[in-house]
Design a protein around this ligand. Sequence first.
Ligand code: F0G
Length: 498
Amino acid sequence: MKPEQFPKHIRNYLLPTPAGKMHYDCLGCRQQYDISRLLYTCPRCGQVLMLVDEDSQRLKSINGSTWREIFDYRQMLKMPAMRGIYRFHEFIGPIIPLEDIVYLGEGNTPVIEANAELQARVGCRLFFKNDGQNPSASFKDRGMASALSYINHLVRQGRIDNVLAICASTGDTSAAAALYSAYLHPRVRSAVLLPEGKVTVQQLSQPLGSGAKVFEIPGVFDDCMKIVEALSEQYNVALLNSKNAWRILGQESYSYEIAQIFDYQTGDLAVVVPVGNAGNITAVMNGFLKFLEFGIIQALPKIIGVQSLHANPVVRYYQDYSKGKTFMPITVKPSVAQAAMIGNPVSMPRVIKLVETYNLKAGLQRVFFVQVTEQQIMDWHLTANRHGHIACTHGGECLAGLVEALAKGLVSDKDVAVLDSTAHALKFVGFQDLYFQGKLKTPFNILSDRRLVNMPVKIRPVDTKCPEPGKPLAGNELQRFILASAEAVAQQLNLQKT
Ligand code: F0G
């Protein structure tokens, strides 16, 4: 639909123009910094930063119901800048002109209700939000579209040029960073640091294919993170980890989309997210808080953060929680939810602050953390996909977490669960293969449930010739081969002749 065809009271708001005044806000010493330079941590105290629009009160001149209409009408627009996460422009990057926005098809991911069989088995109504259907096949594209749109904005203003974008990653951030950087080639190049052997082949192929410089580092993600931090402190590079507050802003679109798809009725929702570096849960909480502040939603949903027992620093922090408790990083053990295998999440200070604010605004505890075993992750991952989903192991971790939260009474059968299917199943398909082959005993301690194992059946019909490479069959030989093979398949399937 063209802008002039929209109702009059919406028309003026349809296409946002740059507005607002943004600054970085240090979570430690509260110092504010101008956004004209790329900043990741507070130069004074070293704490992480959040981006704040100090003029955001202007957005209150529009009431909640009009905002809801604006977002809904914007979904009918065809222009690229408005088709992804920037239909929430005023809440994501109000200072960025539409022409600087980088849109590669991110956001607007499907929300798919689980079928009756799976819902009955789990014990509540549940949906998967398929963020694996983003362009680089994970939720990271949301934050990357935001960070690279801002970089593009600075480049187009002539403030920076010849950018080297860099990140540490467990595989998905690097895929997204490399993809969006490649789109801005030649003004932006990228380099990624990965923990050697702890990234799937599919994930490794992504930055290589996008032309990034890929470095494999001994150790785990936490080691890679320390190295990129050192690089970003000493060299002129653009850090693309979620330490970069622009990434968090873009990821807030996940909450906005959930609000929108449920017609802004969020009070009965339980939003379940896997937690690794904790950027996602930070953004999810902040997103809902913002929509509440501006009257776009009336109630905060429950948030359930899920971690594996093998990588559970956040769960541990919230066990026996008391205000002011010191966070202790842990050494992680191998996990099939490999992308969340992080012992020292960089967004932990953000999480601590936001959990407090979230519960306060809700008037009761609405943020919970649960842990699940490696076995539960794998079994629920495979079970989800056996019911028509495309969840990776982290989506499986979410479903396992929901089951755990139901068992603990944190979620009830009156709640509607929305599970973050953070990456596409195909990225982590190696774990499925290992499960099917019964090879996850060490180091994951996972036994394969025969009911979930599925292997291809080789058909080799006896007493007939079979086609070979470059030697197709013909005539009677082909006929015999077809009939014998059909019979072999029918036997396997126990089919009755009509
Ligand atoms: N699920 C997937 C598929 C991920 O790739 C990640 C994180 C998470 C969940 C956890 O999200 O870190 O925001 O708490 N992957 C990062 C990476 C760390 O480098 O790709 P988080």
